[in-house]
Design a binder for this molecule. Structure first.
Ligand code: ARG
Length: 592
């Protein structure tokens, strides 16, 4: 289906045309159209333009108005007038609003356009570390990354997902050596019998025990270090044991992602180890091209503008003096792979803001090496810290980092209590209450994360997150469920657009907002700002609530046609809410 131009786009075009007719020397000037409370839209572009051309803005605005047909049947613009120093106040016709929504309703995508030139984006997100617990810090990368995947795919972009898990490094020497000396520690009856929590507790136990030995027993320490060398040399027995750690961890990761209602696919998990074979070559290429130089035995890249506290340059170390490769070498190799093998033109990293310097240096190095160029851009979609109610990084009362699984369980528990209260009144079964509790609880956590600009820190406050009032996912989910309940009560009445009907103010406001969905998605996809989609959906739910309070649907005083038209508005609202929430990874229960 064809995309549907929004009324804003149509009006903007009309004004732009009239503007260039009135003032040919202005060229293609932007009318600067905005939504407004005085009329439907306001165009401010005449002011700056008249000023620039030393003309009178009101006079120019008057000429533009004279060039725009209004008021006749079929005209999108019903009224346009000059106001103040030279703005235009523009009102569109009720008919145009209903017609544009009817065109959207025809289309499965609600008339949302595909991107003009879709490309290939590799999104690096949801990257926990093997043999380590997932904590609240891993939440944001997963949630924001998954939303960006959905949003970009919806615009037609080809998206390749990469979960750059921490599955390599010196700590594996210690773990593997311990397992060799205590061979039955990771045994269990059969793969599917272990739950994620059990897998994690096995790993935790092993980690603690091997750490204790490593710290107290010099000989074990030596054996553990030798094991790292074996691992890096690709020794089969060592690799096999390493794989057991990775597999055991994956059981755990999947259980947490499952709880998060997030689909993670095995082939997309390409951890640090996945670039092992490239590390040597990456270093050689950097050294040969002079991008990296040897300094005190290490292979380093220096930057003019990156200095430490003592004003000494801080290098990016690609290879340590003992020959070991670290985080940077892996990331540089991953860039080569993603650009050269996966064909990416955008590399996106959804990673904590505290890694900004790392990415800045890695990107700059890759640019110098020619792996990134004008055709490929790299973006660090940096996110802030999750804070506790006290405004400090979120910790348990004992001062430990909060386990993600515990946090999600608690959210579901709280949400279930909220859902139960209302659910019992409307006769929901126990099964429905529990099911909704999960969708509301997980939705609440995701929404709280997504509704704040990524770069900002936010406070993790479950009471606020599951509140029925205010900017929460439950509020939006309720609006959706309300549309469903109207349909259940509608009996034989079916939604049907009636463009000939006059609209009430709340209907117009709702309709105009629904019409902006495509533009919102396009903007969010281009700026990587999912919080703007969250804000759009919250506003949509609020406008629907006002509509619901002011405009009876099934008891509409205007008779059958108005009932149908209002049902139609409910339907496009519902579809827009549902689609928008799905882009954020949030479910919309049918009955709440
Ligand atoms: N595993 C890392 C961590 O937990 C995040 C990896 C981010 N991605 C990357 N390509 N460096 O901090």
């Amino acid at each position: 289906m064809a995309s549907v131009p929004s009324l804003a786009a149509t009006v903007n075009q009309r004004v732009a045309d009239a503007l260039s007719a009135a003032l040919p020397e202005a060229g293609a000037a932007d009318p600067l159209l905005r939504r407004s409370d005085r009329a439907d839209f306001q165009a401010n572009g005449m002011l700056a333009l008249a000023k620039k051309l030393k003309g009178n803005p009101r006079e120019l605005a008057g000429k533009v108005v004279a060039g725009i047909p209004t008021g006749a049947a079929g005209d999108v613009i019903k009224e346009i007038e000059v106001s103040g120093p030279g703005f235009l106040n523009i009102t569109v016709s009720d008919e145009a609003i209903v017609r544009t929504l009817a065109a959207r309703a025809e289309d499965d995508r609600l008339g949302v356009p595909y991107a003009d030139k879709p490309g290939t984006t590799v999104i690096d997100y949801a990257q926990p570390n093997v043999a380590k617990e997932m904590h609240v810090g891993h939440l944001r990368s997963a949630v924001i990354g998954a939303a960006m995947v959905e949003i970009l795919e919806f615009t037609g972009e080809k998206v390749v997902r990469r979960h750059h898990i921490g599955d390599w490094g010196t700590q594996f020497g210690m773990l593997i050596q311990y397992l060799i000396e205590h061979p039955h520690e990771l045994d269990h009856k059969s793969e599917d019998e272990v739950s994620g929590e059990e897998a994690m507790s096995n790993l935790n136990r092993l980690y603690k025990a091997s750490r204790a030995l490593f710290d107290s027993d010099e000989e074990f320490k030596t054996r553990a270090r030798a094991r790292v060398v074996d691992l890096q040399a690709g020794d089969e027995e060592t690799l096999a044991l390493w794989r057991r750690f990775v597999d055991e961890s994956k059981i755990y990761f999947y259980s947490v992602f499952d709880k998060l209602d997030m689909e993670i696919r095995d082939p997309d998990i390409v951890g640090e180890s996945g670039y092992n074979d490239m590390l040597e070559e990456t270093c050689r290429l950097l050294e040969e091209s002079g991008v990296a130089v040897r300094s005190e035995g290490a292979l380093c890249v220096f930057f003019d503008d990156i200095k430490g506290p003592d004003d000494k340059p801080v290098p990016l170390i690609v290879q340590k003096s003992d020959g070991g490769y670290g985080y940077a070498a892996t990331d540089l190799s991953a860039i080569r792979d993603r650009v050269q093998n996966l064909g990416a033109d955008t590399l996106m990293y959804v990673v904590d803001a505290r890694q900004s310097l790392h990415f800045k240096m890695v990107f700059e190095t890759a640019r110098r090496a020619g792996w990134l160029n004008e055709d490929v851009k790299a973006v660090h979609l940096a996110f802030g810290t999750v804070l506790g109610k006290d405004g400090k990084p979120f910790k348990t009362r004992e001062g430990e980092t909060v386990r993600l699984a515990d946090l999600l369980n608690e959210a579901v528990e709280r949400a279930t209590a909220v859902v139960r209260e209302k659910g019992e009144k409307i006769g929901l079964s126990e099964q429905e209450i529990t099911g909704n509790g999960v969708q509301v609880g997980i939705g609440a956590v995701k929404y709280a994360d997504l509704s704040t600009a990524a770069a900002r820190d936010y406070k993790f406050d479950l009471d606020q997150m599951v509140s029925l009032n205010g900017d929460t996912s439950v509020y939006i989910q309720y609006a959706y469920a309300r549309t469903r309940s109207i349909f259940r009560l509608a009996g034989s009445a079916a939604p049907k657009a009636h463009p000939e009907l006059a609209l009430a103010p709340a209907e117009r406001a709702l309709g105009l907002h629904i019409d902006q969905f495509g533009e919102t998605v396009t903007e969010v996809a281009a700026s990587y700002e999912p919080h703007k989609l969250a804000a759009y959906l919250y506003q949509l739910a609020s406008l629907f609530t006002t509509f619901y309070e002011q405009c009876p649907v099934l008891k509409a005083e205007g008779g059958q046609e108005q009932i149908e038209n209002r049902l139609f508005l409910c339907e496009v609202t519902a579809r827009t809410l549902h689609r928008g929430m799905a882009l954020l990874g949030i479910r919309t229960p049918e009955r709440l």
